[in-house]
Design a protein around this ligand. Structure first.
Ligand SMILES: [Zn+2]
Length: 171
């Protein structure tokens, strides 16, 4: 499980070293996505506002693997305000609709790993996963966090999804 997510952590440490900053416990890749200086397409961000963000998982289990997370840095969903909880869920269901329409998947897994023991690579900042599934992609178990990483063309999928996400979420 840890191995699945290890590239995330490595990448995020390297990013901070590259910026000339020391990386302490306050470094958080999910918090960073909300910074003004972050260029959305550089991080495969499909949508962000002042409460939530949606991005492609850089280390996906399948093509179109999306992460949805709050701006609030917390390790538990129940500490989020009810408003943010609603925004997260609405963003998740909208994302599932768009992913289905654009990528024509046959099904989806969605959910979250809360805590490292449950498979969270970045347990300090909660995030939801959506993993599109196709008939025949039976190489992995249908449980979030027990699947294997696959090689996909992030640029291509981002170009497919970004315009429809922009239209849906920005009107
Ligand atoms: Zn954070």
């Amino acid at each position: 499980m840890d191995k699945l997510y290890a590239p995330w952590r490595d990448c995020y440490v390297q990013d901070h070293i590259k910026d000339g900053k020391s990386c302490d416990v306050k470094c958080c890749i999910f918090c960073d996505i909300f910074l003004d200086k972050v260029v959305e397409k550089d991080k495969f961000v499909l949508y962000r506002d002042n409460a939530i963000a949606i991005m492609l998982n850089l280390y996906p289990y399948n093509g179109g693997h999306v992460l949805i997370f709050p701006q609030d840095h917390t390790d538990q969903f129940y500490t989020l305000s009810q408003q943010v909880q609603s925004q997260l869920m609405i963003a998740t269901t909208k994302s599932m609709k768009l992913i289905k329409e654009v990528l024509q998947c046959d099904g989806m897994n969605f959910g979250a790993n809360v805590g490292r023991i449950a498979g969270a690579g970045i347990p300090k900042h909660v995030h939801m996963h959506i993993v599109p599934r196709w008939q025949g992609d039976t190489g992995f178990l249908p449980i979030i966090g027990q699947t294997k990483q696959v090689s996909v063309d992030l640029e291509k999928i981002y170009k497919q999804l970004q315009p429809v996400f922009a239209k849906e979420f920005n009107g």
